[in-house]
Design a protein around this ligand. Structure first.
Ligand SMILES: [Ca+2]
Length: 496
């Protein structure tokens, strides 16, 4: 916006001549920024029509602002997803930060620090960047801002008059789950929706209901936070963003590039700037948030940020498809759990998600996508999928003829290319990459993906990608070779 910049320049000149008293009077009040970030929350909320799940806070923020139908993470794994949000860059630009339990090199600018340098007061509670270890990356400050025990402590430490940027990091709805929370919240497993890639059995229903309970706890905690901001008289000058770091922790969800792993809720409320009651269907990536928040605060995003500011979209007053160029997102995975495969190898893959299609390129199809069935870490096999009731049930029943097709979708090997037609297959279960009818679509998407990855300087395209398997995994426990359980061995036709 050259016009705005010109005006800002004039203002700066005027301020320089006239002194700070005028500056105070002329400068528009900069908005506070609150980012409420759930851990493992897929696109499930009342506002999205999820039955049996009560999310009044998220729904209200969506109602008071903009609800995004097509919001995706950069990667379906905590550490890289959070690193991408903070830096506004794709995960392959984060060096070791592309992997789980890694580090985030100090040379990468993060939006809370940039806002802090511009006079904001920056802090966070709970889970910020991570899990990982900052020291090897040479970083001395926490990427999400100074840690505080509570929002009240953060507010009390804020210098008079400074706008604030606050990261509310929850550990909900991350596993392990707790039956008693579900019972206290009175969530009836009979009312949950079981997607067709999971077996519809009581154990899975209870597991989903337990997940709903933690989503509701997150929503309640965000509600209490917003109440505190309102009591402090700041809510009308606060941008509120609510989202999650990747999809739900179920088979074929977290750690996978399907929607179940990569699509997340997103609502943004920006009083007086973003017209309320709008549902936007543009494809947005959470890497767009960093440049958005910087621009909203009047700070120029650094050139290396690859996300594209949503400020224009937020101010547009339009609903549905708003900005033509937001027609797809790019997704990536390198290494999730570091003890899933021999030699700590990852499962590198890239994807492009358009309105109608999901196209995935698996770079190493000879590897196991959810982890090897012959390696255990902390008593888990298939470590890329978190341990839990649904996963265990599928392992125990892997060779049941009715379960085996679903088991193979979540835990079996995958071809180099996957293509899903979302018009007929919204849950992305029927790979049509080899279907001659889809050859043109497949080739077009493969070409578009490759072009974009090159333009975005992905080592998987331009060279140097071997290092992603070599970066250290900063976790103490070890891996051991195991014999797969009999149902798994039979389902996968593995020799003894
Ligand atoms: Ca997570």
């Amino acid at each position: 916006m050259p016009h705005a910049r010109y005006l800002a320049g004039l203002l700066a000149l005027f301020v320089g001549l006239a002194g700070p008293a005028i500056a105070q009077a002329q400068q528009p009040e900069r908005p506070n920024i609150v980012f409420a970030f759930a851990d493992d929350w897929g696109a499930h909320a009342g506002a999205y029509g999820t039955k049996g799940l009560d999310t009044p806070t998220f729904d209200r923020v969506a109602e008071d602002g903009v609800l995004f139908e097509h919001a995706f993470v950069a990667a379906p794994s905590c550490t890289p997803s959070r690193g991408a949000v903070l830096t506004g860059q794709h995960i392959w630009r984060l060096g070791p930060g592309a992997n789980l339990h890694s580090t985030l090199p100090a040379a990468l600018p993060v939006y809370p620090a940039l806002l802090e340098a511009a006079g904001y007061f920056a802090g966070h509670t709970g889970k910020g960047w991570g899990p990982g270890t900052l020291e090897p990356g040479g970083r001395s400050e926490r990427p999400a801002g100074t840690p505080f025990d509570s929002f009240d402590a953060f507010l009390a430490a804020r210098p008079d008059g400074a706008p604030f940027v606050f990261w509310f990091g929850s550990s909900d709805p991350h596993r392990p789950f707790d039956d008693s929370l579900r019972q206290a919240m009175r969530i009836d497993p009979a009312t949950v929706t079981v997607p067709p890639y999971l077996p519809d059995v009581p154990t899975v229903r209870r597991d989903i209901a337990n997940y709903y309970a933690e989503v509701q706890r997150f929503d309640r905690d965000v509600g209490a936070l917003l109440e505190r901001i309102a009591q402090a008289g700041e809510l009308d000058n606060t941008i509120v963003v609510i989202s999650g770091d990747h999809g739900w922790p179920f088979p074929r969800g977290k750690s996978h590039l399907y929607d179940a792993g990569s699509r997340v809720p997103l609502a943004i409320r920006w009083p007086d700037e973003a017209e309320a009651q709008r549902t936007v269907s543009d494809f947005v990536s959470l890497i767009d948030l960093a440049p958005t928040l910087l621009e909203a605060a009047g700070v120029e995003p650094p050139a290396q940020m690859q996300g594209r500011s949503l400020v224009g979209l937020l101010r547009s007053e339009r609903a549905g498809r708003v900005e033509e160029h937001r027609a797809h997102v790019i997704l990536a995975k390198e290494r999730h759990h570091g003890l899933s495969r021999p030699d700590s190898a990852g499962y590198p893959s890239r994807a492009i998600r358009t309105e109608q299609f999901l196209y995935i390129r698996n770079v190493k199809p000879e590897r196991w996508p959810a982890g090897s069935p012959r390696i255990s870490s902390s008593q888990w096999i298939f470590s890329d999928t978190d341990d839990g009731a649904a996963k265990r049930w599928m392992i125990d029943h892997a060779d049941d003829p009715l379960v085996r097709p679903l088991f193979l979708l979540s835990f079996g090997k995958r071809p180099a290319e996957e293509l899903y037609d979302l018009r007929t297959d919204p849950h992305q279960m029927h790979n049509v990459a080899g279907d001659p009818e889809y050859a043109m679509v497949r080739d077009h998407l493969a070409h578009t993906l490759e072009q974009e990855l090159r333009a975005l300087e992905d080592p998987r395209m331009i060279g140097g990608a071997e290092r992603f398997d070599d970066y250290p995994y900063y976790v103490g426990y070890g891996m051991e070779a195991v014999e797969p359980p009999a149902p798994v061995r039979r389902a996968l036709r593995l020799p003894r």
